[in-house]
Design a protein around this ligand. Structure first.
Ligand code: A3P
Length: 300
C-alpha cells in the first residue's frame, strides 16, 4: 500500500512503533536473520532527518583512504542509499536473504528502527550506533513533502493538516517521533561509547566540529596531516547539499525501490517550517515536545 506514500490509512503498530506492511515484513525478516558484529556501524535515523546526508558523510569518512580526492569517488556516481543500504527497507525487504559476506569490515548499515525494535545482537554486541534526528517542525515539513512525492500520481495530494494530525498522534512511519528520539537519547547518555547522538541542526551549524567528533567516535580520527591537507573540508564539500543534489545520479532516475533519487534532496535547510506551519501547529508540536521530553534534558 504505497497509495498515499508513507501516509497510508493502514499502518501497523509493532512493539509500539508504526510501520507500513512492507517495512514490517523487512523488520520481521531482519529480526530473524540479522546478526550484528562487534565491528559493525549502524546509522540510525528518524525519517527525514538528513539520513541521505549522513550516509554520504559516513561513507566518505570511513572510505577516505580508498578514495582520496578521487574523481572516481563512488559518491559522484552512486546515490548514498545504494552505498549505505537500509537494513529493513532494502537488504531484508525481499524474499531472498541478503548476502552480507560481500560487505567489508567495518560494515556500515542504516536503519530507521527504534530502540525498542533493534535486534538483540545490535544491542548486546559492541557494534556502534550513530543516531541522527532533527527538530520536529522541519522533520514534519520534510515528511509532508516526501509523502506527496511517494504517493501514486493519480491520487489527490495529502493535505498538510492530515499529515500533521497523524504525525502529532504518533502515527507516522517509525513513529511516534518523540519516542524514537527519546529512546536513543537515553541510550546515548547511558552508553556514550556505543551511541553517538547527533542533531541535523548541529551538523548544519558546525559541520567541521561534528565530523571530527564523529571520526573520533568511530575510531578513525583525522590525523594532523589530514587536517592540514583539508581532508575534513573535502568530505564536507563532497557531501554538501549543493554538490550532492546536483550530481546527475541524484537529479534523474529512480532507486531500485522505486523512489526518485531527487525525492531525497529538497531544500536542505533549517527553519523551512516557517513557510508551512501555522502558529497553532507550532504550539501543538511544542506542547507535545514539552510533555514527552520533560526531565530528559533533551531539547529539539
Ligand atoms: P528537506 O525536505 O527539509 O529539504 P532523509 O535523508 O532522512 O530522507 O532527509 C531528507 C532531508 O535531508 C531533506 O530535507 C533533504 O533536503 C535533506 N538533505 C539531503 N541531502 C542533504 C545534504 N547533503 N545536506 C543537508 N541536507 C540534506
Amino acid at each position: 500500500p504505497r497509495e498515499r506514500g508513507w501516509v497510508v490509512p493502514h499502518i501497523y503498530k509493532y512493539h509500539g512503533v508504526w510501520h507500513t506492511p512492507a517495512q514490517l515484513r523487512g523488520v520481521l525478516a531482519l529480526h530473524q536473520h540479522f546478526q550484528a558484529q562487534d565491528s559493525d556501524i549502524l546509522l540510525v535515523t528518524t525519517p527525514k532527518s538528513g539520513t541521505t546526508w549522513l550516509k554520504s558523510i559516513m561513507f566518505a569518512l570511513m572510505n577516505r583512504s580508498r578514495y582520496p580526492k578521487s574523481e572516481q569517488h563512488p559518491l559522484l556516481k552512486t546515490n548514498p542509499h545504494v552505498l549505505v543500504p537500509f537494513l529493513e527497507i532494502k537488504l531484508y525487504a525481499n524474499k531472498e536473504l541478503p548476502d552480507l559476506a560481500s560487505f567489508v569490515s567495518p560494515r556500515l548499515f542504516c536503519t530507521h528502527l527504534s530502540c525498542t525494535t533493534l535486534p538483540n545482537s545490535a544491542r548486546d554486541s559492541a557494534c556502534k550506533i550513530v543516531y541522527l534526528c532533527r527538530n520536529p517542525r522541519d522533520t514534519f515539513v520534510s515528511l509532508f513533502h516526501f509523502s506527496n512525492k511517494l504517493r501514486t500520481p493519480n491520487l489527490p495530494p495529502n493535505s498538510i493538516e492530515e499529515v500533521f494530525d497523524m504525525f502529532c498522534e504518533g502515527a507516522s512511519v517509525y513513529g511516534p517521533f518523540w519516542d524514537h528520539v527519546l529512546g536513543y537519547w537515553k541510550e546515548s547518555l547511558r552508553k556514550p561509547q556505543k551511541v553517538f547522538f547527533l542533531k541535523y541542526e548541529e551538523m548544519k551549524e558546525q559541520p567541521t566540529l561534528h565530523l571530527k567528533r564523529l571520526a573520533e567516535f568511530l575510531g578513525c580520527p583525522f590525523s594532523k596531516v589530514e587536517e592540514k591537507e583539508g581532508v575534513v573540508g573535502d568530505i564536507l564539500e563532497l557531501c554538501s547539499f549543493g554538490n550532492m543534489s546536483n550530481l546527475v545520479v541524484n537529479r534523474g532516475g529512480r532507486l531500485e525501490s522505486g523512489e526518485e533519487h531527487s525525492a531525497y534532496f529538497r531544500k536542505g535547510e533549517v527553519g523551512d517550517w516557517k513557510n508551512y506551519m501555522t502558529e497553532e501547529m507550532v504550539q501543538r508540536l511544542e506542547k507535545i515536545s514539552e510533555q514527552k521530553f520533560k526531565g530528559s534534558g533533551l531539547c529539539l
